[in-house]
Ligand binder design. Structure first.
Ligand SMILES: [Zn+2]
Length: 338
């Protein structure tokens, strides 16, 4: 090898090969950039671009206009006005109510959907749940009805003017929102009251926070159909069982007045608390009762200790919610049992 040849070889191995290597890296980086750009553009093309200043809260494909006969249940009024898509120009008259459908995604709650859409939770829960029932449970894929403004549905009982005066809304606005005239009113019909919200305990119930968890524990037996823990026969469970160590403190889930504090062959030592708007609460199988009939109690107050008195296989709290005397599913009102 001559000196010249050695120089070329040196150049090749120390300059040309590394340069080629760098070029290969640059090429693959460029190729990657190109592929990324194509993918991003392709994904982007699926969504319409928002106009400047416009906020798109959800993929618009999640929405569909509520058409007559779609997504209704018997509990809803028969006279939704469906938006014709026109845009009002500064009119101050009450517009007929429009309702959009939103398909629930993983992680959605009634509250989070309401917040994102600038509506109150009361509005969204009132429209999709009967008096707060199941506010804590939103099924993925469930179609939630979203009105175009805040308000609640109320059953027409008595005079519309009287109801409007209590709820502080103009009767004309209620009629306009529902797209009906005064002579179309019938007793018992559900009417949308624009701008109106629940208050007090009604509001707490509508938002699913009307009842606090009386004890921490796990649900050992749910409400509804189950096999009898002793006989194995099919039976109905009128409450929810929350397993907890013997002697744990049981706290009242609501404000109210104690209307029963005694022993029963089935419920064992139990306490019944009369709450508001027709609701009462039963706490069963206590080892010890720590209140008395007539006591006025508040949420969180200790009323007894966990036991297994009466018809019980082990220490747990049997918790019942009764509406006008009829047991209903406590899970629809409790903020969550693990
Ligand atoms: Zn039970």
């Amino acid at each position: 090898m001559t000196h010249h040849e050695r120089l070329i070889e040196l150049l090749r191995s120390h300059v040309l090969v590394p340069l080629l290597g760098i070029r290969r890296h640059v090429m693959s980086a460029l190729a990657l950039l190109f592929v990324t750009a194509v993918v991003v553009l392709a994904l982007d093309a699926r969504l319409p671009f928002p106009r400047p200043g416009e906020r798109i809260l959800y993929d618009p494909t999640d929405w569909s206009l509520l058409l007559p006969g779609h997504g209704r249940t018997t509990a809803e009024p028969r006279h939704f006005a469906v938006s014709d898509g026109s845009i009002g120009g500064g009119s101050t008259t009450q517009a007929p109510l429009s309702v959009l459908l939103y398909r629930a995604k993983p992680g959605d709650t009634i509250g989070s959907v309401a917040t994102k859409l600038g509506l109150s939770m009361d509005t969204v829960s009132s429209m999709n749940r009967v008096q707060g029932r199941g506010v804590h449970n939103v099924r993925v894929g469930e179609l939630l009805k979203i009105p175009t403004e805040d308000g609640i549905f109320l059953t027409l009982t008595g005079d519309l003017n009287a109801m409007c005066s209590v709820r502080k809304v103009a009767p004309e606005d209620v009629l306009a929102a529902n797209g009906i005239t005064r002579d179309q009113l019938t007793q018992g019909m559900l009417l949308f009251f624009p701008g109106v919200q629940h208050t007090g305990f009604e509001l707490a119930l509508a938002n699913g926070v009307g009842v606090a968890l009386p004890i921490h524990g796990y649900e050992s037996s749910p409400f509804g159909r189950r096999l009898d823990p002793f006989t194995g026969e099919p039976s109905r469970h009128s409450g929810v069982d929350i397993a907890a160590p013997e002697g744990s403190q049981i706290r009242s889930g609501t404000d109210g007045r104690v209307i029963a504090a005694q022993y029963d062959a089935t419920l064992g030592n139990y306490v019944q608390v009369q709450g508001q708007v027709g609701f009462s609460y039963v706490y069963g199988h206590m080892s010890q009762i720590l209140t008395h009939v007539g006591a006025v109690i508040s949420t969180g107050q200790v009323i007894g200790l966990v036991g297994h008195t009466g018809y019980a296989t082990g220490p747990h709290l049997h918790f019942e919610i009764r509406k006008n005397g009829v047991p209903i599913n406590p899970n629809n009102y409790l903020p969550g049992i693990r």
